[in-house]
Design a protein around this ligand. Structure first.
Ligand code: ADP
Length: 388
């Protein structure tokens, strides 16, 4: 085999330079692969470990085309990149992870839900609206009933862009723009499965994880592996995730989020065609991480056979409420004394309420032990701003 790692000129373009990029770069460094990063923010988390870092807009067609031309593969770490530019690059023979047609569907929640419906994957009922006015009209004439979940069609992340609407009063909290409404479903557990699919169709899934949400922020607080769900449910979640990845025909990573309802039914929530928060614990808990799997796909190296080495819990470390401004870490010395914990900081200089500033992964003999460590770590470390 003509081994890509011996080809010094092999170059990957990474669109987006946030924390996902930073962790991807760490694997690139370890395996000696050149990674070139494009991000609009000169202070982006990936700036230090990139082989080459360029400030530029990954939403702009010409900028993306110019940046990626001559590269051997293109990888994204954020969904909002210019899809038309990826399509042109593919026509020019540069593989993109994910392919442009997959990204085109996933960028938009209405298109994602239509895809699930067309392919008969189980998902909650939904309607799409071109703007808030159209949604308000549907409410007025009784077509849209309360309660429902409102989601902005494009650009939402980490719960920003999702609102539970119970009564007329909640409508004032919604932003204008294309949106979907979903029927409010009775969730028991939220499960994530990260799938890897190589260019030659090899496919494998990381073990399902359970995502536990912070009650105020509508944001994941803990990710737990293995889950406590039954083997049958776990197998079904994995099968659905593998089947979605094959059906949409993606390459690289696909993070699939599922709901297990109180009734026991499994529904697909959404998917992300890139490394995902629910896969961060694979760095410490598995023999191969989600980032290395993606790197192997991009380099056309065989993807790894996944083994879970230890129970693990990941906790997001987010900015404290009411704190905006230059970041300050308080209690780090005490937190770092907890055994079997690994801290990842994202290098963001400014904190905001619930902004993801880092995460900690803890391992242990049991999920319970790992969880206690992660909880203690989180309670000891506070992320504040120096000026309130
Ligand atoms: P994001 O893309 O911001 O992560 P999600 O679509 O995952 O948005 O929604 C965020 C959270 O809102 C979910 O993890 C879940 O807790 C809740 N949620 C989303 N859709 C529904 C629904 N149809 N019914 C009940 N809760 C929901």
């Amino acid at each position: 085999m003509n081994h890509i790692l011996s080809n010094k000129n092999f170059n990957i373009a990474l669109l987006g330079g946030g924390q996902l990029g930073k962790m991807f770069l760490a694997e690139g460094r370890r395996l000696d692969i050149n990674i070139n990063v494009l991000d609009p923010n000169a202070d982006a988390p990936s700036r230090l470990s990139a082989n080459y870092f360029q400030v530029g807009d990954f939403k702009d067609y010409d900028t993306v085309l110019e940046f990626c031309s001559g590269m051997n593969a293109v990888v994204i770490e954020i969904e909002s990149v210019n899809v038309d530019a990826l399509q042109t690059l593919e026509k020019n023979g540069i593989p993109c992870f994910p392919p442009s047609d997959v990204l085109n569907i996933i960028q938009n929640k209405a298109k994602q839900k239509r895809f699930f419906r067309k392919k008969k994957f189980p998902t909650s009922n939904f309607e799409s609206f071109s703007n808030l006015k159209a949604l308000k009209e549907a409410i007025k004439n009784g077509q849209q009933k309360f309660p429902f979940v409102w989601k902005i069609s494009e650009g939402g992340y980490d719960g920003f862009g999702v609102k539970i609407v119970k009564t007329e009063k909640d409508i004032s909290k919604l932003d204008d723009g294309p949106c979907i409404t979903e029927s409010f479903v009775d969730i028991d557990k939220e499960i994530g499965v990260v799938v890897t699919r190589s260019l030659d169709g090899d496919i494998s899934a990381f073990p399902p994880v359970e995502m536990e949400f912070h009650s105020n922020a509508n944001q994941v607080e803990f990710v737990i592996c293995p889950t406590e769900i039954s083997d049958d449910l776990s197998k079904s979640c994995t099968e659905i995730a593998l089947s979605v990845a094959e059906s949409i025909g993606t390459f690289g990573l696909l993070a699939v989020e599922l709901f297990i309802l109180k009734s026991g039914e499994i529904l697909l929530n959404e998917m992300a065609p890139r490394p995902h928060n629910s896969g961060h614990l694979t760095i410490e808990a598995c023999n191969i991480s989600q980032f290395e799997q993606l790197l192997r796909c991009a380099c056309q190296l065989p993807i790894g056979k996944i083994e879970l080495l230890s129970p693990a819990v990941m906790a997001n470390i987010v900015g404290a409420e009411n704190h905006n401004g230059p970041v300050e870490f308080i209690g780090l010395d005490k937190a770092l004394s907890i055994p079997q914990t690994t801290l990842h900081l994202y290098g963001k200089s400014q904190t905001r309420p619930f902004r993801k500033m880092g995460h900690v992964t803890s391992t242990g003999k049991s999920v319970h032990e790992a969880r206690e460590r992660a909880k203690e770590f989180k309670s000891l470390l506070k992320i504040r701003s120096r000026t309130i």
